[in-house]
Design a protein around this ligand. Structure first.
Ligand SMILES: NC(=O)c1ccc[n+]([C@@H]2O[C@H](COP(=O)([O-])OP(=O)(O)OC[C@H]3O[C@@H](n4cnc5c(N)ncnc54)[C@H](O)[C@@H]3O)[C@@H](O)[C@H]2O)c1
Length: 313
């Protein structure tokens, strides 16, 4: 099976994520059957998809003449069986409740052929431990980020029985949709981004609860620091600029440590200053590396000012 062979997808769950995922498939020329138990969810999904497509057209991401044909590619229904006819890919996007997902997986498996991939948008449930389907090697996680028709990342996460081919086809399909899939080596709850985001949430909940800063000040502080750096160096490469020796000292100062960082420091790979840290800068000088980084930061700053990013939405 190749991702190019996928012509129709069934998407179960038409809420916040389902409608946005559906329009992404339809935008890429793939027929969509969007299914929900709730007729109101489907009506709302149609309204939201039209509105999102208009926003995309206003921005110039699509031509407004394309909108009718994109909408035509999406059939909404409360009937899973008839919707599944001809589907060669399935996305589960229902509520984050184990029993509901479990039932949807087995219902889906009953109405689609055994070789059709079932991808779940779960935010972190271990679906592999409770899904009861024929051929569990076709079950995979494809975790999108809201708004799914705009944010590029889809985390593709295999379970212990997921076939490698299923992972490849799913990641390729996401690329075909214009997404940037990141494939994890194995399932771990919350994957990459929610794992990171959850720790960040613990910190701002604590600040808010204790009244140490206002909501507006927390957001402004984050936008004017991490907000500039994150798009350029992510979270891991940023340590190469802090210096891994300092990162380790800071960790030690509050009684923690990390074997990955310890190893790097022991090898003398301290980051940009030694031209090797987490990343290898291939002998480039510290000045060269910092120059490249800083030009990007300056462009990012200009862009943030230009779009008035420091104001709340
Ligand atoms: N909201 C987010 O930002 C976000 C981001 C990434 C992943 N997710 C995950 O995506 C999934 C859906 O989240 P959401 O925010 O779209 O939820 P939502 O509540 O907006 O939508 C869920 C939809 O599922 C429908 N549903 C419930 N049971 C069903 C069934 N048996 N068959 C068909 N439809 C059924 C509901 O009617 C509802 O329309 C969850 O697993 C969630 O964790 C959400």
């Amino acid at each position: 099976m190749k991702s190019d062979d996928i012509k129709k997808t069934i998407i179960v769950g038409a809420g916040v994520m389902g409608n946005s995922i559906a329009l992404t498939f339809a935008k890429a020329g793939i027929e969509v059957a969007l299914v929900d138990v709730n007729k109101e969810s489907l009506d709302r999904a149609v309204r939201l998809m039209r509105s999102s497509l208009n926003t995309l057209a206003d921005h110039g991401s699509i031509a407004s003449e394309e909108i009718p044909s994109i909408i035509e590619r999406i059939q909404v229904s409360t009937d899973m069986e008839s919707s599944a006819r001809g589907a060669d890919f399935a996305m589960e996007v229902v509520v984050e409740v184990e029993d509901v997902k479990k039932k949807v997986f087995s219902d889906l498996a009953d109405v689609i052929p055994d070789d059709v991939i079932i991808a779940s948008n779960t935010s972190g449930l271990d679906i592999f431990s409770f899904a009861e389907i024929k051929r569990p090697e076709r079950l995979v996680i494809a975790h999108w980020f809201a708004p799914a028709h705009i944010i590029p990342l889809v985390e593709v996460v295999p379970g212990p029985k997921t076939a490698q081919e299923v992972v490849h086809v799913t990641a390729d399909l996401m690329k075909r949709l214009g997404k940037k899939p990141v494939v994890m080596k194995e399932f771990v709850r919350s994957f990459i981004v929610n794992r990171i985001q959850n720790y960040i949430a613990i910190a701002y909940f604590e600040i808010l609860e204790n009244g140490w800063a206002t909501a507006e000040d927390i957001d402004l502080a984050v936008k004017t620091s991490l907000g500039i750096r994150l798009p350029i160096v992510g979270v891991v490469q940023n340590m190469d600029f802090t210096g891994l020796d300092l990162v380790l000292d800071v960790m030690k100062s509050y009684g923690a440590s990390n074997t990955y960082i310890e190893q790097k420091v022991k090898q003398g790979h301290l980051g940009a200053k030694t031209s090797k840290g987490v990343y290898d800068y291939n002998g480039r000088s510290e000045e060269e590396i910092l120059n490249k980084r800083d030009r990007l930061y300056l462009r990012m700053l200009d862009h943030m000012e230009e779009i008035n990013a420091y104001q709340p939405v």
